[in-house]
Design a protein. Structure first.
Length: 55
C-alpha cells in the first residue's frame, strides 16, 4: 500500500528508507577501504548503484 500509485507520502517514506540503507552501505564500504581488509567484499546492486536504470 505504501508504494501504491498516487500514495505520494507512502512512496516518500519508502524512498527515505531505501536512501538511508544506501547511505549506510556507502559508509560500510568506506570503512572497509579505510581498514584495508582484503577479506571483505561488498557486492553492489544494479538498482542502487544506478537507480535511473530501474523503471
Amino acid at each position: 500500500m505504501l508504494i501504491a500509485a498516487g500514495n505520494d507520502s507512502g512512496n516518500q517514506l519508502v524512498q527515505n528508507f531505501v536512501d538511508g540503507l544506501t547511505d549506510q552501505t556507502r559508509s560500510l564500504e568506506r570503512a572497509v577501504r579505510v581498514i584495508g581488509s582484503g577479506d571483505i567484499n561488498i557486492e553492489g546492486s544494479d538498482s542502487l548503484d544506478n537507480p535511473s536504470a530501474v523503471q
